[in-house]
Design a protein around this ligand. Structure first.
Ligand SMILES: Cc1cc2nc3c(=O)[nH]c(=O)nc-3n(C[C@H](O)[C@H](O)[C@H](O)COP(=O)(O)OP(=O)(O)OC[C@H]3O[C@@H](n4cnc5c(N)ncnc54)[C@H](O)[C@@H]3O)c2cc1C
Length: 398
């Protein structure tokens, strides 16, 4: 089947990899002019790691990734007030855990794609018409084409979802927290392989030193209103007004905001949908079921969803109705359990009051005791997902 995949993030190229291997003809369209560079770090583990292993990209992820030696909470003066070594906990996941720039993860997946997979950059879909036998696709720039299926892998603010299922407000659940992430060159201090946080009521600042003298920063703060969708000046203004008055290194970080190579600013939200498909159009990754960054597993789930969807399409022998239904039944409850768990995690990042802050810092301090750390985190590092066998390789792709 000829299948259009909209979005070259994590889910899209993973889906293309497995579809091509099963003998289909995936075409990816990505609205950015090229793969995104830089950006924020994601913690990557669980069944998504297993999918990456089956794609043969784990050595590359390990080479590009980081294993933190310390998670450190500091005071306004930078004094360490609580800390723990996450490596023993990571060990309980069999070492199958890496922190990696989202762009490096996406790059590794794209590089695993066969050269035959067509990738179109700098374009997107304008309209989708499912006529019952094909999907007629109009693009913003190129001539219309028809595809057997269309899959939206275009992230939290998916256009495919808006075109085929309805406006985002119907499906989005806001968690009352906004997130800004960006990286700077030559920032000091660095603290190699330490995730340094300064958490106060309503806001957390995170600093992590990256390779090549770069440093990533992340602010998570209580925010119920809108955030400017684009326009870096407006985004910087929101950050300055919301974060001014904070101490520690925050004034120095904000002063250098105009130099940020990439600035991500958005609300932490989840996407919860009663169905991930409509006729010949389906959704995968954040577009279908964003668990929010608080879940810390969106990338892994995106890969698992893509892998399972490709497998079901292969097993259903071209019957997309059977495949789409099996895809959802296999994953819906796992995804909603992860989404439910993430809703309660806001207090760990941006505590609502002094009591939540005290509790949070006490938990971080207790994590220094390996048994406590294993009890607190070990469970969340095990995924209740049994991956099906990979799609049978097509003779030409084997
Ligand atoms: C600050 C932050 C921290 C995070 N931390 C973690 C973490 O620790 N662990 C973890 O697993 N996950 C984490 N996540 C979540 C993770 O990044 C996402 O869940 C994951 O990227 C989802 O993959 P995706 O392919 O569905 O969407 P995306 O990665 O968002 O990719 C979507 C792609 O579609 C493209 N696109 C968008 N609109 C269109 C359009 N109209 N036409 C064509 N292309 C389009 C985009 O340019 C992009 O390339 C974090 C997220 C954030 C913001």
């Amino acid at each position: 089947m000829r299948i259009l995949i909209v979005g070259a993030g994590i889910a899209g190229p993973t889906l293309a990899y497995w579809l091509h291997r099963a003998g289909h003809e995936p075409v990816i369209v990505e609205h950015a002019p090229a793969l995104r560079d830089g950006g924020y770090l994601v913690d990557f583990w669980g069944s998504g790691f297993d999918v990456a292993d089956r794609m043969g990209i784990v050595p590359r992820l390990v080479e590009r990734g980081y294993v933190m030696r310390e998670v450190r909470e500091v005071s306004d003066s930078g004094r360490r007030i609580a800390h723990f070594d996450p490596r023993p906990v990571i060990g309980t996941a069999g070492g199958r855990y890496v922190s990696i720039a989202r762009a490096d993860l996406a790059g590794a997946i794209c590089d695993a794609l066969d050269d035959e997979v067509e990738m179109i950059f700098g374009d997107t879909v304008r309209s989708l018409r499912d006529d019952g036998t094909k999907v007629q696709v109009e693009f913003e720039h190129r001539a219309p084409q028809e595809f057997d299926l269309v899959v939206g892998a275009d992230g939290l603010h998916s256009r495919v979802r808006a075109l085929a299922f309805g406006p985002e407000e119907q499906f989005a659940r806001e968690l009352g927290i906004a997130v800004a992430a960006f990286d700077l060159d030559g920032y000091r201090p660095r603290d190699e392989l330490v995730a340094v946080t300064r958490t106060q009521v309503g806001v957390q600042t995170l600093r992590v030193a990256l390779r090549d003298d770069a440093t990533m920063f992340c602010f998570m703060f209580r925010h119920d209103g809108e955030v400017p969708a684009d326009g870096e000046a407006a985004q910087r203004e929101l950050l300055r007004s919301r974060l001014s008055g904070l101490k520690w290194e925050v004034p120095a970080i904000l002063a250098r905001l105009p130099e940020a190579r990439t600035l991500y600013l958005d609300r932490a939200s989840q996407i919860r949908m009663p169905s991930w498909s409509s006729g010949r159009i389906a959704l995968v990754g954040d577009a279908a079921a964003c668990p929010s960054l608080l879940a810390g597993q969106g990338s892994a789930l995106a890969m698992v969803e893509a892998y399972v969807l490709a497998g079901e399409l292969s097993r259903a022998d071209g019957d997309h109705r059977v495949a789409f239904s099996a895809y959802r039944s296999r994953l819906a409850s796992v995804v909603s359990t992860k989404q439910d768990a993430a809703v309660g995690l806001g207090a760990a990042f941006a505590p609502r009051n002094g009591m939540q802050l005290l509790l949070r810092n006490t938990v971080v301090a207790l994590m220094a005791i390996p048994l406590v750390a294993r009890l607190a985190m070990g469970h969340s590092l095990r995924d209740p997902i049994e991956l099906p066998a990979p799609p049978e390789p097509h003779a030409a792709a084997a």
